[in-house]
Write a protein that binds this ligand. Structure first.
Ligand code: GLN
Ligand code: ZN
Length: 756
């Protein structure tokens, strides 16, 4: 392959092999470390990560991607977007202001946090408002200098581009986009010029927004931005980096006056390669070839990656190329080195951040024809061993699925008669979403049990006592439909993953979710199948304690999928169907045990929506189908509930309806009833559980405010559809708060009932 090939990384995990970063942050917040100790510690980590990348043989090492909390917060702070409530006198943004914006103070609520594109990483939403931006510090420059001075690394500064930054910000009118952009561009120019003067050759400007749907008008803003940079910072090589999907408006984007364009050839493979084949790639630009999956934990098949490189090369024969991950490695765990407890066949098929860097380096050596054949051979053998041992899709699974109905026997209106008769509930029945306070006592007991310090019988008794305690509390408060409280569950996905076949759990596979919060997603490595009942024992026990109905409580197929690392040899749809079939067996087991009101939670459906609008329907269709596979094979009188924590339904109400759940409980309080309007306009005719109070706040909601909320909803839809509940599970609340809030909720429901 004739042109120049280099390799690069786009970003490295902040956490550290043993979550040292998390510990440093939290020790600083609790005052165990003072500011200088803290800064010293994180600097050491940062330098360590750079050293590691250098030693792996990566040529272009990103600097400035490291953060003390979040890179979007860093960008906001760098440009002086400090909301009034956090303002201090000096222009420089202090560490305490920075963390206050992220975490809030007693008097100033934190800035909003939201999901970073379609990942499980959350960023802090910048509040632009009327603030005129100023450059408070040149963060990428500091990072560049540090790497150069301390380690003699000529790093590649990384900065979030102005288009993406503004698209993700709030507090201004979209029609002012250009005004805001014009204010920002000179500051970016200054940052870039200083980088150039300091000697930086490549700068990576991240613009993941370029893969989401955007308008022609936006194309003009993008052109304006990159023309400005080309004119005002000549001689600096800009790598315009996109990821998470294929870039939109390919022709316009490839014609921008930048030196390089980075494309995602994993998650955007089909569309990017189609554009490349159709339109070619400019010979005078460098193509960033994102070929190693930065989102998932599977080892790359080096031979098929080599074929992919050749395919790409054919359409861009004259351009220089850089082999790199598909996106920042922020979204995968650091290293698989410590995963000694995993089955070795599986372990050999995994690749976390450090292993991905090795893959990038090996791929470049393949291009240079310098590759060590043994390495490639070992790679092929390991993957073959893995696919021979696992992933033997059995025909039985398909048969099982095909035999399963994906539609209830009767329509909602018809089966409701059976349900009303069976359940005989009052108007506006009250219930909760599932979990009750996971107190320290509960967590400690679980830990002791897991470590083998508490014998299983003792643990079981402990859980049963908790259920007794809370069934009694619910009865005393006067709740109509009870729950068992989920005391036996650590997490709503892990709990099921541990009991289903096809899931594996790492010991140290942490990824950053937000701030210092990490998650350890399960790995779906094989066909997911049902082993034995997972929730029946607790549900049956709880039901034996009361004459009131106790809801069974499951996590839905799409949520389980979206919160796991999934296999990449079959489609997400296929995986969700496998989970659905397994869950349908659990539903059946519950029914057989006399649990005939069953809630299947799907809080993660919305967050899995594809970045491109035109792909929504397909995703929603299979998500709905998966839910229905799990929940349709039941008696007419069995009542299926579902729960979603959010309130934005306007654009997916048809899919919500298509779930065909008998009752859906949703958030109502924080959106001040806005949500109910979307149900009204769509003439939604099934049961709706009104989330009448916000469980995220320790505040006890008053009877009056909840009464008012209910009355507002009743004005637009018939009373007979409504249930009354909090807006999510109560596991994060304490016991007195929970009891007092639920008492008020029940009183409010009773008051409204009377007035009907
Ligand atoms: N049943 C779960 C609980 O109550 C639902 C959690 C969620 O929606 N995120 O905890
Ligand atoms: Zn919820």
């Amino acid at each position: 392959m004739g042109t120049t090939w280099t390799n690069s990384n786009l970003g490295y995990p902040r956490l550290g092999e043993n979550r040292e970063w998390k510990r440093a942050l939290e020790s600083f917040w609790t005052g165990q470390l003072d500011e200088s100790e803290f800064l010293k510690e994180v600097k050491e980590l940062r330098l360590n990560y750079l050293k590691k990348q250098k030693e792996s043989g990566v040529q272009l090492i990103p600097v400035g991607d490291f953060s003390l909390y979040d890179h979007i917060l860093d960008t906001a702070a760098m440009f002086g977007f400090i909301p009034e409530r956090f303002k201090e006198n000096s222009q420089k943004v202090s560490l305490s202001t920075y963390f206050n914006m992220a975490r809030g103070t007693a008097d100033a609520p934190a800035c909003e946090m939201t999901k970073w594109f379609n990942t499980n990483y959350h960023y802090i939403v910048p509040e632009i408002g009327d603030i005129t931006p100023v450059l408070t510090e040149n963060k990428p420059l500091q990072a560049y200098r540090e790497a150069k001075d301390e380690l003699n690394i000529d790093g590649k500064p990384v900065i979030t581009g102005p288009i993406t930054f503004l698209k993700l910000s709030k507090g201004y009118d979209q029609s002012d986009f250009e005004i805001k952009l014009d204010q920002l561009l000179p500051l970016y120019v200054k940052v870039l010029n200083e980088l150039k003067e300091a000697g930086a050759s490549w700068v990576q400007i991240d613009e993941p927004s370029l893969v989401a749907s955007f308008s022609k008008e936006d194309v003009r803003f993008i052109q304006k931005t990159y023309e400005t940079f080309a004119n005002e910072v000549p001689g600096l090589s800009i790598m315009l980096q996109t990821y998470f999907e294929a870039v939109n408006h390919y022709e316009e984007i490839t014609n921008l006056p930048v030196d390089g364009l980075g494309l995602d050839f994993v998650h955007g493979w089909e569309k990017n390669i189609a554009s490349l084949e159709k339109h070619g790639f400019p010979a005078d630009k460098t193509l960033g070839v994102g070929l190693i999956d930065g989102r998932n934990i599977w080892r790359a098949d080096l031979e098929s990656k080599e074929t992919a490189l050749q395919t790409i090369n054919r359409s861009a024969p004259d351009a220089d190329k850089i082999i790199q991950p598909s996106c920042s490695l922020l979204h995968v765990p650091v290293t698989k080195k410590h995963e000694t407890k995993l089955d070795s066949v599986l372990r050999d098929a995994l690749s976390f951040a450090d292993e991905k860097l090795e893959e990038i380096v090996i791929l470049s050596s393949i291009v240079d024809e310098q590759a060590d054949n043994d390495v490639i051979k070992e790679n092929q053998q390991a993957l073959q061993r893995f696919s021979e041992t696992y992933r033997q899709q059995s025909a039985d699974l398909t048969k099982q699925r095909e035999a399963l109905p994906s539609q209830r026997k009767l329509s909602f209106a018809e089966r409701k008669k059976y349900q009303d008769e069976k359940w005989n509930l009052p108007l506006l029945p009250t219930t909760t979403i599932g979990s009750f306070p996971q107190t320290k006592e509960v967590r400690v007991a679980r830990q002791q049990y897991r470590k083998g310090e508490k014998p299983p019988e003792e643990y079981k008794e402990f859980i049963q006592n908790k259920m007794q305690e809370w069934i009694k509390i619910q009865e005393d408060i006067g709740i109509d439909v009870l729950v068992h409280g989920e005391f036996e569950r650590n997490d709503m996905v892990e709990f099921f993953g541990e009991k289903l076949n096809g899931f594996a759990f790492t010991s140290n596979g942490w990824v950053q979710s937000y701030g210092s919060r990490c998650v350890k997603p399960p790995i779906i490595y094989d066909d997911v199948t049902f082993d034995k009942p997972m929730t029946v024992e607790e549900s049956r026990y709880a039901q034996s304690l009361t004459d009131k109905p106790v809801k069974g409580m499951l996590t839905g197929p799409v949520t389980i999928l979206n919160w796991s690392f999934e296999r990449d040899d079959i489609s997400r749809k296929e995986v969700s169907y496998q989970i659905a079939v397994a869950l349908s067996q659990e539903v059946q087991a519950l029914e057989e045990a006399g649990i005939e009101m069953i809630q299947v939670d799907e809080p993660a459906v919305r967050e899995g929506l594809p970045l491109k609008r035109e792909e929504w329907n397909d995703y929603l269709d299979w998500s709905v189908h998966a839910f229905r596979l799990a929940t349709s094979n039941v008696k007419n009188s069995t009542q299926i509930h579902t729960h979603m924590c959010y309130s934005e339904f306007q654009d997916m109400i048809e899919s919500i309806r298509a779930l065909d759940a008998d009752v859906i409980s949703i958030e109502t309080s924080r959106s001040h009833g806005e949500l109910i309007e979307s149900f009204e306009t769509a003439v939604y005719e099934k049961g709706i559980g009104l989330g009448v109070y916000d469980i995220h706040s320790p505040r006890i909601p008053s009877i009056e405010e909840m009464t008012e909320m209910m009355e507002r909803a009743l004005r637009v839809l018939p009373t007979s559809l409504f249930w009354i509940n909090p807006d999510c599970g109560l596991k994060t609340r304490n016991t007195p708060e929970t009891i007092d809030s639920l008492k008020n909720m029940v009183q409010a429901a009773k008051a409204v009932r009377k007035s009907q």
